[in-house]
Design a protein around this ligand. Sequence first.
Ligand code: AHR
Length: 521
Amino acid sequence: MPDPRTAPSDRRAPRARVTLHPDFRRGAVDRRLFGSFVEHLGRAVYTGVYEPGHATADEHGFRRDVADLTRELGVSMVRYPGGNFVSNYVWEDAVGPVAERKPFLDLAWRTVEPNLVGTDEFLQWAEREGIEPMMAVNLGTRGVAAAAALVEYCNGEAGTRWADLRIAHGRTEPYGVKLWCLGNEMDGPWQIGHKDAHEYGKLAAEAGKAMKLVDPSISLVVCGSSSMQMPTFGEWERTVLSYTYDLVDHVSMHAYYEEVDGDRASFLASGTAMDRFIDRVVASADAVGAERRSDKKITISFDEWNVWYLETRFPGEANLPIQRDAPRIIEDVYSGLDAVVVGDLLVTLLNHADRVPVACLAQLVNVIAPIMTEPGGEAWRQPTFHPFATTARLARGTALDVRVDAPTYGTARHGDAPVVTAAATVDDDGSLGLFLTNRSDHEVEVDLAHVGAALGVSEGWQMVADHEAAVAGPEHAAKVADSCWSAVDVAAAVTPGTDGSTTVRLAPESWTALAGTFARA
Ligand code: AHR
């Protein structure tokens, strides 16, 4: 048998066929699919979203330039405060008068956390920016009481201890935080307070029960596996859900993708790996439901996903020196190729709109992020910013059940993968968002069969992969944007047919978004 790592992967694909029908619907596109993540990690908070003294800082110390880019990115929801950070976090130390707060040593990232930004500062920033908050509780070093107290602090009415503490800190109205994570990546041995599936399942069930007794209107996310590669994957979901099925709404998924050893073909197929991962977690959750004869469906909170050069550039948490003053940790610089993969991962998420209502691009600023900043300096968009912002803007209404017939190619990491992927959304007013990835190293012609409705394309945007190494800084990001990101020449790339078929030409290794209409005559 040929070694799959050296076997040629034939990515030539002259044609593919994509079929759209207005009645073939996958599910409503939940706006929370366009969530992101701000963790107390590196420069995500300090000199990221928050930098008092910066020329654009508002009266609360939050950077206006970053908030403006966040709005342009189309982020609907932000997860906070971690991540691994939350598993040793003492939230009570970061509320109340800032002058009285004490720094603590965060063991997750081995960084001195100054506690200048805490629950109130974050929630008020999110509120000002019109972003829904998603909060995580510490189930690593803490448990039921601290989790229930935090829900009361955030959502309680006057007259009880923790709600009154919030009011004493100057915030009368409850924040009304709806979505809560029961810890973070508790299956991972790196997690502070890591647990086995039974220990975690029992704790999550008790913490979630207490949190819902404080506020029955909240929704809960129980930790799934940290990745599909975890040795406990599958069994973890089964065990944890056996304790929490009736209590929780979502199970979490986390996945990061990267190009390893120059294996571009596998990297471009990351969306196929994500697709299989989602199918497997859905199957695991449904199996638990079936055993219980339950009509309830657990959905997915894909609350960490992105390109992250974890294997190739990150030394590992334990190898980080103890640092202070917002160190530069995991500031990956992205290329056009990375942005094509991010666009393709969004195609996968849209195609699972029926089971994935919540997703968070990890993270928002500086840490594996679409937005970068310099302390005291400018803020800029990484290449990955563009496919996310464009999808968040165009993907509205309902995700269609798109049929894709495309040749496949062999990959070393993810098996066979289609060379073309597609997702489509239609809004009530007939506006269409169509998202296509060409993983082939050749141009591909896509026959777009539109059955049951007329299709028109008015505008489009395209990201093409580059071959240059990514270099840090705003100049590099601008250069990639100039050379890789462009408006589609619709007249040249899209040829309407007379027989309910339109031809779209896709550049090699590209991600394309088309806007138009898809309406019945
Ligand atoms: O996003 C960075 C880290 O990745 C998060 O803290 C953790 O949950 C995951 O392993």
